[in-house]
Design a protein around this ligand. Structure first.
Ligand code: FAD
Length: 365
């Protein structure tokens, strides 16, 4: 037994877990078949955002944003941390009417937020199309470049580049036949988790992104339509929502799409067209910008939109950290923190119950 903790998967979640256990003075090994941060983590937008789809989602995203904030003084420049804030755009009066309750919800849970009138919306983002009703600003949300964040978080861990073929409580067997074991095994393999545990209730949900050439000054905040939750948290087979992020380089990262049932990772032109058309309804200048790259990635989706964080079945030494859907970059830090408390049997800063895998019958006994 060469490590205290063995982590399968070197995405942002596995890397955050590595850091959390290393901080406890434990010996950590990550097994990753590709590059650290090369899976869904490299495909994501890197938006660190507090979301209010449920109490449990709010608690996890808020705690995790706080933990990211604590890291800011240490983050290397490659992580490209920027406190952009999230500006949710209300397309019409009906969406604007939902802003006041949202504001009370955030403020009563100690997350700073502001209601923007139409005038203040356009002062904040002059390039938005005319006619929007207003907005909702969460100024402390931020953006990072997640693959570099994962590489940084994983520093200090022993990294084995290999494909894991089978798992047996706390022990993994690699494709090359080698075996590794540890006191605790963390499964942080994102949507690939079902390749090794076929019954785990996680489904791949494909997403497309596009990035423009450099157009500095066009957008100042991460801009999202208030209707985004309908796309993110609905169950439709195919949806798009306006979601644009300004990068440090002056480029605009344009999202986002969601698809269930996609069986390949190729970029689908009809999805890119739908996504860009949606974005242009909010930022008409996008039609005049060059798109220099498009790509896809797969989110690990659960039916209740919450991740699986905790013991897998009654297996003593196997723990799950997957199912983060479109929020894994945000919630990686709190996931790692929860796992350290669950394993040590100590009280975590947030209640772990809503995220325990045992809420699904497939993850009991
Ligand atoms: C288009 C898109 C936009 C997104 N935008 C955001 C956003 O703005 N903010 C946010 O918070 N989240 C966002 N997400 C979600 C986020 O990217 C994911 O939730 C997160 O990256 C998941 O991290 P992970 O470590 O669980 O998985 P991954 O990054 O997929 O890492 C899992 C790793 O496990 C490895 N692995 C799997 N099986 C094996 C095996 N058998 N042997 C060895 N290695 C193995 C894989 O190679 C992979 O590197 C977005 C996702 C997409 C697709």
């Amino acid at each position: 037994m060469t490590s205290d903790v063995l982590i399968l998967g070197g995405g942002i979640v596995g890397a955050a877990c590595a850091r959390a256990f290393l901080k406890q003075g434990l010996k950590v090994t990550i097994i990753e078949r590709e590059l650290i941060g090369g899976g869904a983590t490299a495909a994501g937008m890197g938006h660190i955002v507090v979301m209010d789809d449920s109490e449990a989602q709010f608690a996890l995203t808020k705690r995790s944003r706080d933990l990211w904030d604590q890291l800011v003084p240490e983050l290397p420049s490659s992580v490209e941390f920027e406190r952009r804030g999230t500006l949710w755009v209300a397309a019409d009066q009906q969406e604007f009417n939902a802003v006041s309750p949202k504001l009370s919800y955030y403020n009563s849970r100690h997350v700073s937020a502001q209601l923007l009138s139409a005038q203040t919306l356009y002062d904040a983002e002059p390039h938005l199309r005319e006619g929007f009703a207003g907005g909702f600003l969460v100024p402390d949300d931020s953006v990072i470049y997640a693959p570099c964040a994962a590489a940084w978080l994983a520093q200090g861990a022993n990294i084995i580049q290999a494909d894991v073929k089978t798992i047996d409580d706390g022990k993994v067997t690699l494709a090359i036949g080698e075996q590794h074991k540890a006191a605790n095994l963390i499964i942080a393999s994102g949507h690939y988790v079902t390749q090794l545990f076929s019954t785990i209730p996680v489904k791949p949900r494909k997403g497309h992104l596009a990035i423009t050439d450099r157009y500095p000054g066009q957008v100042r905040h991460q801009l999202i339509e208030l209707g985004y939750l309908k796309s993110a948290h609905g169950d439709s087979t195919e949806s798009v929502a306006f979601n644009v992020q300004p990068r440090k380089t002056g480029q605009l990262l344009i999202g986002s799409s969601r698809q269930f049932g996609a069986d390949h990772s190729a970029v689908e032109p009809h999805m890119i067209s739908k996504m860009l058309a949606r974005a242009a309804q909010y930022l008409p200048n996008i039609l005049n910008m060059s798109i220099i790259r498009t790509w896809t990635g797969f989110r690990a989706a659960t039916t209740d939109k919450l991740p699986l964080v905790g013991r897998y079945r009654n297996a003593d030494r196997t723990w799950l950290a997957t199912g983060h859907e479109g929020l894994g970059i945000t919630t990686a830090m709190a996931t790692a923190e929860l796992l350290t408390h669950l394993i040590a049997k100590t009280k975590a800063p947030i209640d772990p119950t809503p995220y325990l895998p045992e809420r699904f019958p497939q993850c009991r006994t």
